[in-house]
Write a protein that binds this ligand. Sequence first.
Ligand SMILES: Cc1cc2nc3c(=O)[nH]c(=O)nc-3n(C[C@H](O)[C@H](O)[C@H](O)COP(=O)(O)OP(=O)(O)OC[C@H]3O[C@@H](n4cnc5c(N)ncnc54)[C@H](O)[C@@H]3O)c2cc1C
Length: 499
Amino acid sequence: MHHDGPLIIGGGLAGLSAALSAAPAPVIVVSPAPLLQAASSAWAQGGVAAALSKDDAPALHLKDTEAAGAGLVDHHAAEVLTDEGRATVEWLASLGAPFDRDAAGEFSVSLEAAHSMARVARVGGDGAGRAILSALVASVRAASHITVWEDARLRALIQDGTGRVRGAVIEHPGGRMVEVLAPAVVLATGGAGGLFGATTTPVALKGEGMALAWAAGAEILDPEFVQFHPTAIDVGVDPMPLATEALRGEGARLIDRDGRFLLGDADGADLKARDVVARAVHAARAAGRGAFLDARTAVGDHFPTEFPAVFAACMQAGLDPRVTPIPVAAAAHYHMGGIAADPDGRTSLEGLYAVGECAATGVHGANRLASNSLLEAAAFGRRTGREAARQAAVKGPVVVGAVVSDLPQAAHAELRAAMSADAGVVRDAIGLTRLIALIDRLEAAHGAPPALVAARLIAEAALARRESRGGHYRSDYPGTATTPVHTRLRRDILQTVAA
Ligand SMILES: Cc1cc2nc3c(=O)[nH]c(=O)nc-3n(C[C@H](O)[C@H](O)[C@H](O)COP(=O)(O)OP(=O)(O)OC[C@H]3O[C@@H](n4cnc5c(N)ncnc54)[C@H](O)[C@@H]3O)c2cc1C
């Protein structure tokens, strides 16, 4: 079929922000599940980072973003992001996102790790993601220019002889494939946490957008940078419920089984950068000491009202966090790397746009600053929607890419376990080589489903980066190189390029 406007793949905050902002161009949004399901956006607990308080300024937010990103933040992209912070939060509020307010009606802000001041706008304590996405879903449902295809999935990209992306193959329920030709395809497919055995994201997020973009010839940037969250709740649930960082912002402490602090007893020790805290949790567990988040004193009886989602997750597992420390582990949480894109979503391929977690715009560098990703999804989502809507249809012959299928469940489970073990919080050449051998074996048996392609991109880039930086820690190369370099991958090419 021919469609006259952007074809947007993904119904999270990035995809829906793009869809709303593409008006009046007609938009199709493709989502594999009903909106609000199978999207990290709906699970976000902390909130949206922006310079909102009177002591704050976009330049200070930019400085913290660059410090967290460990030498690889793109200054221009991060400046655009932080400059648009307040306007983006106000736009979300204007759509009905019920941000917490102070007595004067200003946005209430809270402190999260590696921010030099309180700057995270929250909703109902830990309910930001669901509340914000619900507001967007209501606007999308009411928008006459948007058609939503639920229970539909991206299965291939369509290109012409020049490589320009001209559309996509979408699988509908029952296996019906529809070839859609459109002036612009926007990938907003989210992260890759579902490639890891221990993850806080929906398991359905497997880096499929990144894999199909790579197969089409698009440039992939720094895929080795995965952020592991230090406080995934370890109660045998897959994916793992999250204990938001805001709990540590309120004074909850990380301890071992004997009550010893994992990161020392200094104030703020537990609010160090996420990679540092994740490694401390990982090390304590590996040493058999266990790792626990103790919120008994700092939050105590306020738990049900201040952190209702975390409280409910704990109680469901039979654990009352008011009286018992919460067992925690580090788990894959956010993908900094992805499809190379600019703040307007442009990728290296004409006609193809990428935004949100599947994109790598350089704003997170090697390590995302907490709560910058919802801001990116909404701010760059709006920019990308406007840019994609400006594209005019192109005529001429097209080539439909190979239609992909899924990795069988047992093989996917094997892949997930290996990714957490060998491309997880602590990596080395032996483990990564073992992981790549497994991917080779699975590929020989099952072809190249997107999950395997995405896993290979992460593993190969992690093996090639012989240093430790941000979310990527190599126990065989624990030092950080003096000159930061990016990893850039295209089909059959892996290059390192000065930042
Ligand atoms: C538990 C948790 C808490 C978080 N807390 C915060 C926070 O407080 N602040 C913050 O800034 N960030 C937070 N994050 C990160 C943030 O939620 C995400 O980075 C952000 O929501 C990503 O938005 P997105 O639209 O790019 O992706 P998503 O919201 O994940 O949406 C991706 C969409 O693409 C769809 N999709 C995937 N594959 C396909 C396919 N093949 N075909 C069609 N559609 C597909 C998915 O189903 C989904 O609809 C948190 C993440 C998690 C998991």
